[in-house]
Design a protein around this ligand. Structure first.
Ligand code: ATP
Length: 354
């Protein structure tokens, strides 16, 4: 069986960490005959500046019809201040491929990289389900009298019955299938009385279908406090697009930093997109020193999506080994570059080969 994977390194350190992740995927592909076939796409700021292309519509059709996964680096370049290419490529894929689940693990792999004191890897193992196709990110709004003292700007949050219900159900299904004990739904229904009332009603209905899973609710401000105070309270979290974006950046720090945060943009059973949470990091781009572990962990999520959770677990174990042995890049206090960290991951995969 062949799996077609589209590769978009994108901008900045995306061009450094995606090749690292591909080395891991190629290694496992060769060892296990996974049938992975990669096609590389020249999309990102360079391409946009060269010929104005952001995301060709016919390519979106190909992604939908002929690919199993997309492996994306990062998008962002100061030469494109509007960020139009990032909007068309990443948000384009999320919306047009209906990647409604943004799956973001918050998993501490080694306590020494966690800024919270006295926490262990057993304490921080959370899966966040961020709604990925609605909310405040749909760009519905307008501006009136722009640039004047009387300017009015509106930005509308969209919550649909279908969209809210399916992300909440996805979180419960995941909890159910993976032996997770609880699901926390987070909103701001005390202040956002229409849209988040819909979240409340959908949540109560879906939660009632899973009586064996403990359900609880926190307003998002309380969730932020609790994630820092007592992360061990959490197992699975489900929330909307904006809150999920913010909460998972907080989560990235408590798990050990943005260089370790992986993500999947998923529509179950259809083409899905995997990317590190970090951006293009222009301050360190081109130096070969970016931490490749978030991209490598994202490649593991890609393999799990293709039906190989065992290989994802091996990748995670290899990353854990690098952290345990301090084979890490500078921002984690190490002295290895991107290539050397990737070599260490590959060496560990060799030691765990069946
Ligand atoms: P963008 O506009 O593309 O989001 P950004 O610089 O605003 O870029 P990030 O790219 O996430 O946001 O970077 C935030 C900070 O974290 C930067 O100082 C960057 O150098 C650092 N950083 C991000 N990713 C990594 C990584 N993989 N390895 C090392 N440092 C990283």
């Amino acid at each position: 069986m062949t799996h077609h994977i589209a590769v978009i390194p994108g901008d900045g350190i995306g061009m450094e960490v995606i090749p690292a992740g591909l080395r891991v995927l190629n290694h496992l592909n060769a060892a296990h005959g996974l049938g992975l076939e990669f096609e590389h796409f020249d999309l990102g700021a360079e391409r946009y500046l060269r010929d104005g292309t952001t995301m060709p519509p016919e390519l979106m059709v190909r992604f939908r019809e002929s690919f199993d996964a997309i492996y994306l680096g990062a998008l962002g370049d100061s030469r494109v201040p509007s960020n139009v290419h990032a909007k068309d490529i990443l948000l384009g894929c999320r919306f047009e491929l209906d990647l409604f689940t943004n799956l973001r693990p918050i998993q501490m792999l080694n306590a020494k990289y966690c800024p919270l004191k006295d926490k262990t890897p057993e304490d921080i193992d959370i899966m966040v389900f961020r709604e990925n196709t609605e909310g405040l990110y749909v760009s519905i709004g307008g501006q009136f009298k722009k640039g004047t003292a009387d300017e009015i700007s509106t930005q509308t949050e969209i919550n649909t019955r279908k969209g809210v219900e399916r992300i909440i159900r996805a979180a419960y299904e995941y909890a159910d299938k993976n032996g997770r004990k609880s699901v926390c739904m987070s909103d701001k229904s005390n202040a956002m009385r229409q849209g988040h009332d819909l979240w409340q009603r959908c949540w109560k209905e879906v939660a009632a279908e899973y009586p064996h899973i403990q359900s609880f609710h926190l307003y998002v401000d309380v969730l932020c406090m609790e994630l820092v105070r007592c992360p061990e309270r959490f197992d699975v979290i489900v929330t909307n697009n904006l809150f999920g974006d913010i909460v998972t950046d907080l989560g990235a720090q408590i798990q050990g930093g943005i260089g370790l945060a992986a993500s999947g943009n998923i529509h179950p059973g259809k083409v899905s997109l995997f990317e590190p949470v970090h951006g293009s990091a222009p301050d360190i781009a081109g130096k070969g020193i970016a931490n490749p572990l978030a991209a490598i962990l994202s490649s593991g999520m890609l393999l799990a999506h293709l039906g190989h959770p065992d290989l994802e677990a091996r990748i995670r174990a290899a990353v854990r080994h690098c952290l345990d042995t301090s084979q890490v890049t500078g921002e984690l206090g190490g002295n290895l570059n991107t290539e050397a960290v990737t070599n260490a991951v590959l060496a560990h995969l060799d030691t765990t080969a069946q």
